[in-house]
Design a binder for this molecule. Structure first.
Ligand SMILES: NC(=O)c1ccc[n+]([C@@H]2O[C@H](COP(=O)([O-])OP(=O)(O)OC[C@H]3O[C@@H](n4cnc5c(N)ncnc54)[C@H](O)[C@@H]3O)[C@@H](O)[C@H]2O)c1
Length: 312
């Protein structure tokens, strides 16, 4: 298939693009390099430096490249920034997604896969019937920042494009994804931030008491979920996490051991709005997509550290 990967110069998008190329698909990347990096673009992909909100440019690319499916990974994805810049977040995450949906409809695409989020959609996740962790796709959405509703709205749009225009879609709700090529300079991506600091012998900082719980999932597992979602005839929303809760302290301990780091972390106040605990039940993806996470946290951390070392 001719697959458009938006955000393919970014962390997750570049792994998805690579997985698609390895599976024999033709890959066209659209990325405006806002947080992406040319060096991430896999050999064999066709690259356009373009903004997904630019409808005319995207229409040209669609026609020229005979796009048949979309893997939509591009987004502004900094939770804190979404609170200070809600309009730009809506512009890229909502309008940009609608540009793609309209083109998908006009070109009768075979599939659109969307990078959604578990963490920001479920938030702290108290549901009316009190079910709590791990979150399932039926858990009550409780976004705590402007980025969460952006993603949630796109899921609703996908569903109505499916019902009205028969456009097949899968929205994958990602957990905390980590691995090679993750930006260590961002506000999120604690594993990349710790790894880079530890390898440089710099101090590390943990917010709160470090007992916050996350579902850390290795990026190769997420890329494989994207490939399965794109090629299966399933439609709908799927959690894709390990289902294994790990604390920030645990991650810090593992990384300390792997990198032979010899400093203690500094504990700083927890930012307002930070979710205390989130992890995902992905039994629906297991049942319908045949997907489970395969890479353990220790193994994924080892591979991540190895990659960061190779970049030094
Ligand atoms: N990393 C995670 O743990 C995580 C968790 C949940 C969801 N997600 C979602 O996964 C996707 C990929 O995230 P990531 O962690 O790889 O982040 P990233 O910042 O590395 O990738 C996003 C890419 O989108 C590009 N982009 C941004 N605005 C654009 C625009 N207007 N036009 C074209 N390209 C644009 C950026 O340049 C970048 O390459 C995002 O949709 C994000 O919301 C990520």
């Amino acid at each position: 298939m001719n697959v458009l990967v938006t955000g393919g110069a970014g962390f997750i998008g570049s792994h998805v693009a690579e997985a698609l190329l390895n599976a024999g698909h033709r890959v066209v990347i659209v990325d405006n390099l806002h947080t992406g990096n040319r060096a991430n673009i896999p050999a064999g992909a066709t690259f356009y430096d373009a903004d997904i909100v630019d409808q005319a440019r995207l229409a040209e690319i669609f026609a020229k490249e005979q796009i048949e499916a979309i893997s939509h990974q591009a987004a502004l994805a900094n939770v804190r920034e979404s609170m200070t810049d809600p309009l730009d977040y809506a512009r890229v995450n909502l309008l940009g997604s609608l540009v793609l949906l309209e083109l998908a409809r006009k070109h009768n695409l075979r599939k659109i896969v969307f990078a959604s989020t578990g963490g920001a959609v479920y938030g702290e996740g108290a549901s009316p019937d009190n079910d709590r962790l791990p979150f399932t796709e039926r858990s009550w959405p409780q976004p705590k920042d402007n980025y969460g509703p952006n993603k949630l709205s796109v899921e609703y749009h996908l569903d109505l494009y499916h019902k009205n225009y028969n456009l097949p879609y899968v929205a994958l709700r990602y957990p905390n994804v980590y691995g090679p090529r993750q930006n260590s300079k961002g506000e999120a991506g604690v594993i990349a931030i710790f790894t880079a600091a530890m390898l440089q012998g710099e101090p590390t900082r943990i917010t709160g008491d470090g007992e916050q719980i996350r579902d850390f999932t290795y990026v190769a597992d997420i890329a494989r979920a994207n490939l399965l979602a794109l090629t299966s005839d399933q439609v709908g929303i799927f959690n894709v996490g390990t289902g294994v809760p790990s604390s920030i302290n645990t991650v810090h301990d593992y990384l300390t051991e792997i990198t032979h780091y010899d400093q203690e972390p500094t504990y700083i106040p927890r930012p307002v709005g930070e979710v205390l605990a989130t992890y995902l039940d992905s039994s629906k993806a297991d049942r319908d997509l045949g997907w489970q996470a395969r890479v353990s946290l220790q193994e994924g951390l080892r591979q991540t550290v190895e990659w960061f070392r190779s970049q030094q």
